[in-house]
Design a protein around this ligand. Structure first.
Ligand code: SF4
Length: 404
């Protein structure tokens, strides 16, 4: 029985499983108690597996009665034990989709509950979503309604609070007002646009900045005498370490090292270096070489990523770290610029700075970013520091210029 609710479905987003098996590699699959019982009792017709290997995480999740206190163990090669050599899920093949772990049934969809209804999103950790393959989500309404019922059961205690929205820290914003802004944001990011995603976002952020009643110098950290460009470099270093760590799979929690960031403001280092892929890069390397625009498919992917974050409201307020609308837009612009910076540094490292970056390289960077954003769990300190540092559209613009 499907309950009554308004389900808003994004335009221009497609998904069908490509059968790549990527979501069944390395990524831990959390299990509810029901999943553990159901999967533990399966009798496979051809027993190719050891009995289901389930690990207790010892971390009761936030999903209420269906907390995820266990996870599927992985094989020695990091793949799910139920993934066949031809990248098929053996549980799905032998017993049907509803027998799979709940999170596998849900993936790649997610839902944001708001006072204006439920907004559907899909994860860019999925190859189908990254490549925009398959049926438009708008044509999958029935399936999405059923999947939302599963989401509600799994996250029964998840009740996002949209009553404390802020345009910027200290300036409240009511949800209905926000929705009016959002219409403009989504139009700006339409598939007809050919501008870079982060430039569109920075333009929107500047418009929001114009509406701030009590402006202060958002380029500076209150009470600390550090130059704005030094702050830029420290912010970028911190975002890089958070979203592109040396081992994205091993580091299964995601938070800013706010204590280290705050320490650096008091004693700014002479030279800030960026850490990526276990190597270090100076900022001068970023300005010596120009990346230029990516190919059309990559630029479309970055715009689609921005569009879906805006549509699903997973970039500010109850959707992300409690950020204000202004800081949320600047954070989103900065992390998209970060994708370009990662591609640029990898090109510098390969000593092939003139070559065109392939769509596949861009897609893998977006997949990593999405995985990190999905597990982001920021402390109160991190949220505060992000709000302070990312309320400046100029900062997001300077970070974006390093990505050019
Ligand atoms: S249970 Fe099936 S769908 Fe889930 S991760 Fe394993 S192989 Fe993939």
């Amino acid at each position: 029985m499907v309950s009554e609710f308004i389900l808003h479905i994004p335009e221009g987003i497609n998904f069908d499983c490509t059968g790549c098996g990527n979501c069944c590699f390395l990524w831990p699959v959390p299990l509810t108690d029901d999943d553990v019982k159901r999967i533990g009792s399966l009798q496979f017709t051809e027993q190719k597996f050891e009995p289901a290997h389930i690990i207790k995480t010892g971390v009761p999740g936030s999903a209420g009665q269906n907390s995820f206190a266990a996870a599927l163990g992985k094989r020695w090669d990091g793949k799910c034990q139920f993934l066949s050599p031809d990248n098929r899920c053996e549980i799905h093949s032998q017993f049907g989709a509803p027998v799979k772990p709940s999170m596998c049934q849900l993936f790649p969809y997610t839902f944001t509950n708001t006072p204006a209804g439920v907004f559907v999103a899909a994860s860019f950790a999925s190859t189908g979503v990254l490549y925009n393959r398959g049926k438009p989500l708008a044509e999958q309404r029935e399936h999405l309604q059923e999947t939302f019922e599963l989401f509600k059961r799994l996250f029964a205690n998840l009740k996002p609070d949209w009553s404390n929205l802020q345009l910027v820290d200290g300036q409240p914003l009511i949800f209905e007002e926000y929705l009016e802004f959002e219409t403009g944001f989504l139009n700006a990011l339409s598939p007809l646009s050919s501008e870079r995603a982060e430039k569109i976002l920075i333009g929107l952020s500047k418009r929001i900045f114009g509406l701030i009643v009590n402006k202060r110098d958002f380029d500076r950290v209150p009470g600390v005498d550090v130059k704005p460009r030094t702050i830029d470099s420290l912010v970028l270093k911190s975002l890089m370490a958070t979203y592109f760590p040396s081992d994205v799979y091993r580091e299964n929690t995601c938070d800013i090292d706010s204590a280290a960031l705050a320490r650096n403001f008091v004693m700014p280092p002479d030279k800030v270096l960026l850490d990526l892929d276990s190597k270090q890069y100076g900022f001068s390397q970023l300005t010596q070489y120009s990346l230029g625009p990516l190919n059309d498919d990559s630029e479309n992917l970055l715009r689609r990523f921005a569009y879906l974050k805006i549509f699903s409201k997973l970039y500010f307020g109850a959707g992300f770290a409690g950020l204000s609308l202004l800081a949320g837009l600047n954070h989103l612009a900065s992390v998209i610029a970060l994708v370009r910076i990662v591609l640029k540094l990898r090109n510098i490292d390969s000593k092939k700075t003139g070559r065109e970056i392939s769509f596949e390289e861009t897609a893998e960077c977006v997949r990593t970013l999405e995985r990190r954003l999905t597990v982001a769990n920021f402390s109160k300190q991190s949220k505060t520091i992000l709000e302070v540092l990312l309320s400046s559209p100029e900062r997001a613009e300077r970070i974006s210029s390093l990505a050019s």
